[in-house]
Design a protein around this ligand. Structure first.
Ligand code: NDP
Length: 245
């Protein structure tokens, strides 16, 4: 199957890593469903990509909206070959567990883990019916590295890590491939949104580490995984800025 014949569904498409993945997939000729809860940047991205990209306003924590999301797509966008589960956030994160808000913690897990499960549940059956598909889960180095003061985010990503392993195991006798990408610090708006729009806090955070990946670096990793022959799956990819270990 050529890239032009494939359709990708990318969550968190409107910003950062998701946006870079969409641009790369579009450059290869894929048809794209761009899903995000941020409607204005989503519409702007779709307008730039043309009629092979369909913007789908979607909050992945909204169970009924996710369950019916394929019904809201034009017919030519419904057969998803590549699912990139990328939407995620850390809003209210980076505080000691006893000092944070339980509502913030719940919202992080509801997007990063439960929302990812909902989207996968909605799209995977079609892949199995058609006998082809790639599921790419954006986890994080935080899935497997202990960092104090980010318990909910890390717990959500550790959940994505285990979920990816288990789904890969369940699908082992099928043509569906499951890839987990674990990036280190990447220069996106996630830090600004963690601090509820505080640009200064975000700037200082990136300065502290000196080096960060660009969203395009992570997009390249996803493209590498997708480029492998059908008998080979990149199970996990752990990617760091060169000044980290
Ligand atoms: P960005 O904030 O730049 O982009 C994430 C996009 O996802 C935003 O548009 C965001 O909207 C959207 N989103 C968040 N929650 C939902 C939801 N419930 N439903 C639909 N869309 C949603 O962040 P990144 O590009 O950095 O993050 C992409 C993924 O990469 C995340 O899963 C993140 O955890 C992961 N990651 C990021 C790293 C980094 O250092 N940047 C490192 C490792 C992993 P909104 O602005 O409203 O939240």
């Amino acid at each position: 199957m050529t890239d032009r014949e494939r359709t990708a569904f990318v969550t968190g498409a409107a910003s950062g890593i998701g946006r870079a993945i969409c641009v790369s997939l579009h450059a290869r000729g894929c048809r794209l469903v761009l899903a995000d809860r941020q409607q204005a940047p989503l519409a702007a991205l779709a307008a730039g990509l043309g009629d092979r990209a369909f913007p789908l306003p979607l909050d992945i924590t909204d169970g009924p909206a996710v369950a019916s999301c394929l019904d809201r797509l034009p017919p030519e966008f419904r057969a998803i070959d590549i699912l990139v589960n990328n939407a995620g956030h850390d809003i209210g994160g980076r505080v000691r567990f006893d000092a944070g808000s339980a509502d913030d913690w719940a919202a992080i897990v509801e997007t990063n883990l439960t929302g990812l499960m909902r989207v996968t549940r909605a799209i995977l059956p079609g892949m199995l019916e058609r006998g082809r598909g790639d599921v790419v889960n954006m986890s994080s180095i935080s899935a497997i590295r202990m960092v104090p003061d980010q318990a909910p985010y890390s717990a959500s990503k550790a959940g994505v890590h285990m979920l990816s392993d288990i789904i890969r195991g369940e699908l082992a006798e099928t043509p569906i491939r499951v890839t987990e990408i674990m990036p280190g610090l990447t220069r996106t708006d996630i830090v600004k949104s963690r601090h509820r729009g505080d640009e200064d806090a975000a700037r200082k955070y990136f300065e502290r580490f000196g080096m960060a990946l660009d969203p395009e670096d992570v997009a390249r990793c996803v493209m590498f995984a997708l480029d492998q022959p059908p008998h080979m799956q990149i199970a996990q990819m752990f990617v760091l800025p060169a000044n980290r270990w």
